[in-house]
Design a protein around this ligand. Structure first.
Ligand SMILES: Cc1ncc(COP(=O)(O)O)c(C=O)c1O
Length: 408
């Protein structure tokens, strides 16, 4: 079947049934295709049971459905073993698991954790907490004026003291693609482990964790057509063996005595309590959907949309675009300001035309501060967006300053 945008749009009921809506906030969360919605209903109507516990058929079938998704994720990101895929609640929980599970037992005073100024808060706060608890120091890689991590200082900032490096692949605030290959290489040169925030990249590009030789990667299902409340922490098996459980309780145990316990094998050890079973099953269907469309088609469409939007926005008076100018350095995200207008006013006015975009600090306050921008407007694309929607955005943006009486 030849893939077309109109076919893709028909797969998303929320988009197909709301033609007046222009949804440009997929970096926050994507819409769900019918097949994911149907799979969730099908699971609840005929397959729901708790997993890893019952010997009865229904429970075994639910367990199989859950574990099959682990395998799907393994293939999606080219991991080595199913056990390297840990299901979490989202990228935020994945980083907490990593910081508390790996950082807390392996860091000590004098060690350093290196992150960058371009991080989402979920890749900052867990490290702040764990550094406080261990006496390790949190060190930042600086960024240039496009939000790109400055590679010329890698050797200086990542040193023999560095034990963990954790950086984003694509900035959610400015769309900047980060030089992660060089960062992974430098981390390994000094014997540190390197984690990546894949929340804005796994949804858009084929990731090969073994090819990258990355040690950990975190991402969320809801940013890639799946349900909310599901995420992944991938880790190399030998490093997962060095991790302590972060959450403890049911399901993650082998034996429990009154004063001590032994833990279940990896990955169950890191998935305490009843997980989001239906969410994981729905995520599996989202992966099937992505594979049906193909990363090639998705990337091509998203790049075209980004280039078109960038060009149209740059031709507008009173608009300043932030982040990389060369589109090869940018994911499907554009942050901009309307001169003289607060971003929240921009989004409120656009909302009158059913154009949904984001305004704020994008959970990246240190980056915003560094760039001298308290907040920006942000548009972000997924494969279901069209150039016509960008035309509607531009038309609506043209009204903003008039509404506020700056222009007639
Ligand atoms: C780069 C990045 N990292 C982490 C997160 C946090 O993801 P979640 O809220 O799904 O845990 C986001 C969400 O916007 C993000 O864009």
């Amino acid at each position: 079947m030849t893939m077309t945008t109109s076919w893709v749009r028909e797969q998303f009921p929320l988009i197909h049934n709301n033609q007046s809506l222009v949804y440009l906030d997929s970096a926050a969360t994507t819409q769900k295709p019918s097949q994911v919605i149907r799979r969730l209903a099908q699971f609840n109507e005929g397959e729901h049971a708790n997993i890893h516990r019952g010997v009865y058929d229904l429970s075994q079938k639910a367990t199989e459905a859950y574990d099959k998704v682990r395998q799907q994720v393994k293939y999606l990101i080219h991991a080595n073993r199913d056990e390297e895929i840990i299901f979490t609640k989202g990228t935020t929980e994945s980083f907490n698991l990593l910081a508390y599970g790996y950082g807390l037992p392996n860091l000590k005073a004098g060690d350093e954790v290196v992150i960058s100024l371009a991080e989402h808060h979920s890749n900052i706060l867990p490290w702040q907490q764990v550094c406080r608890m261990t006496g390790a120091k949190l060190v930042y890689l600086p960024v240039d004026d496009t939000g790109r991590i400055r590679t010329e200082v890698l050797d200086e900032v990542i040193s023999e003291r560095t034990k963990i490096v954790s950086v984003t692949m694509i900035s959610n605030a400015f769309g900047t693609i980060q030089p992660v290959r060089e960062i992974i290489e430098r981390a390994h040169e000094v014997g540190a482990v390197c984690a990546l925030d894949g929340a804005q990249s796994v949804p858009h590009q084929q990731i090969h964790v073994q090819g990258l030789d990355v040690d950990f990667i975190a991402f969320s299902a809801h940013k890639m057509f799946g349900p909310t409340g599901v995420g992944v922490l991938y880790g190399k098996y030998e490093l997962l063996e060095k991790m302590e459980p972060f959450m403890t309780g049911g399901d993650m145990i082998e034996y429990v005595e009154q004063q001590s316990s032994t833990f279940a094998p990896i990955p169950t050890r890191f998935e305490a309590g009843t997980p989001n079973i239906e969410g994981v099953v729905g995520f599996g269907e989202a992966i099937t959907f992505i594979q049906q469309i193909g990363y090639g088609f998705m990337t091509e469409q998203e790049n075209k949309l980004t280039a078109y939007a960038y060009e149209r926005l740059s031709n507008m008076k009173h608009i300043s675009i932030h982040g990389p100018i060369d589109l090869h350095d940018r994911g499907p995200v554009i942050s901009f300001s309307v001169n003289g207008v607060h971003p929240h006013d921009v989004t409120t006015i656009l909302n009158e035309d059913h154009v949904a975009i984001r305004a704020g600090h994008h959970c990246a306050q240190p980056l915003m501060k560094e760039m001298g921008l308290p907040s920006t407007c942000r548009i972000s694309f997924a494969v279901y967006n069209t150039e016509e929607e960008i035309d509607r955005l531009i038309e609506s943006l043209g009204k903003v300053r008039k509404w506020l009486g700056y222009e007639s």
